[in-house]
Design a protein around this ligand. Structure first.
Ligand SMILES: Cc1ncc(COP(=O)(O)O)c(C=O)c1O
Length: 394
């Protein structure tokens, strides 16, 4: 029996989703990882090391900020959980610090990772530098181009970046390549997955390393207002910032909302299937082939979703809505001009949801996870806004 956002069952399933679908050659590695994580997560010394690294190095706790002008504009009280202010510029660092410390505890000397927007790759390169580990990051060729700032950052941090040329040359293909290369290097290498996806124990482990977002936000909100919010909103790619946020509020009366990109809405438009080691929802054609996602934000350009979100959707505990690229660009500009915050395109999906649902949220309170900052997207935003407005932002 699965408790909502507790531990998955022994086979790593959240209701009908999740599991561990890997080739035989990978099975010992995922089993070893599960045992190591279970031990570490119940070891007070490991927990203390994880927490103190997040505090002293990654800048936690991040602020919960009452966005007054945005609130006035929307007629609702909007609180922003500022993951954009975490070291490296997004929530990805929370998970990576956890996995890098775990990898070192397991005696691994090398990290590999996939990345879409490059934020997880930068976080992995950062943690590797911090702990003296080697790092190699797989990134689709399309994303290498549109997130060139992050490619530079990874290389400056000492990581090797391998452009992936297969398939759609985006995140899905980077995951395939990382998994393939892991099989050949299990002895010394930990595969640091960047979201709540992949085979058990990753979806559960990554959610646990990200629950710090929701736990902090809940107590910060309580201190500020004496209560819990009406809504909790976050963008969903694989779903790690949303899962970490939801975990802090799942036992309250808050309505949980995950926001998917229209062109990559695995819950909204996908069907059940097994890809990348997990059973979940994926964009697929009638023959079960995985379709390509398409989103302005590299970090949400993924045709699947973490299995726990599929479960939360099925039982009705969380709701998943979609916004499109133009609404996202409007949201970036709105937040920049009302609050002086340039957020990541991924995070702007959550802001766009507020705008699209302003009548529904009128007079209520919302905690929204702003998962990252927008520096990496400056070029894309300038290009698209210049195009939309007929102005040059150069
Ligand atoms: C800033 C930011 N937010 C959100 C995401 C999406 O990931 P997830 O759904 O796992 O939070 C990414 C992924 O790269 C990201 O960089």
């Amino acid at each position: 029996m699965t408790s909502v956002m507790g531990s998955p069952d022994a086979t790593g399933r959240f209701g009908g989703f999740g599991g561990r679908y890997v080739p035989e050659s990978l099975m010992p590695a995922v089993l070893e990882l599960e045992v190591a994580f279970r031990e570490a997560w119940t070891d007070p010394l490991f927990r203390a090391q994880y927490t103190s690294t997040l505090e002293s190095y990654a800048g936690r706790p991040t602020r919960l900020y009452l966005a007054e002008r945005l609130s006035e504009h929307l007629g609702a009280q909007i609180w922003l959980k500022r993951e954009d202010l975490a070291h490296t510029g997004s929530h990805k660092i929370n998970n990576v610090i956890g996995q890098a410390l775990l990898a070192r505890r397991m005696g691994k000397t090398r990290l590999i990772a996939e990345t879409g927007a490059g934020q997880h790759g930068v976080a992995t390169a950062t943690a590797a530098a911090l702990l003296g580990l080697d790092a190699k990051v797989y990134m689709g060729e399309v994303d290498v181009k549109r997130q060139s700032l992050n490619v530079f950052r990874m290389r400056l941090l000492g990581a090797e970046v391998e452009p992936v040329k297969s398939g759609s040359r985006t995140l899905k293909d980077a995951v395939n390549e990382a998994m393939r290369s892991w099989v050949a290097a299990l002895e010394d290498t930990h595969y640091c997955i960047g979201s709540v996806m992949g085979p058990h124990p990753y979806p559960w482990m990554v959610r646990e390393f990200q629950r710090v977002i929701g736990d902090e936000a809940r107590s910060q909100y309580l201190v500020a207002t004496g209560s819990t919010p009406d809504w909790v909103v976050a963008c969903v790619g694989g779903g790690s910032n949303a899962a970490g946020t939801f975990a802090g509020f799942v036992d309250t009366s808050a309505r949980l909302v995950g926001v998917e990109p229209e062109g990559g809405a695995a819950i909204g438009r996908g069907v059940g299937g097994i890809v990348h080691g997990m059973e979940s929802y994926f964009l697929q054609d009638e023959f079960g082939q995985v379709n390509e996602a398409s989103s302005i934000s590299a970090g949400l350009d993924y045709p699947g979703v973490g299995p726990e979100h599929a479960y939360l959707h099925t039982i009705g505990r969380a709701r998943y809505d979609q916004v499109n690229d133009d609404q996202v660009l409007d949201a970036v500009r709105l937040l920049a001009r009302l609050e002086g915050i340039i957020c990541a395109l991924e995070s702007a999906h959550a802001v766009a949801w507020l705008v699209q649902h302003r009548e529904e949220i009128a007079g209520t309170s919302v905690v929204l996870t702003l998962s990252g900052r927008g520096d990496k997207d400056a070029e894309t935003i300038a290009e698209r806004l210049g195009f939309l407005e007929g102005e040059s932002y150069a």
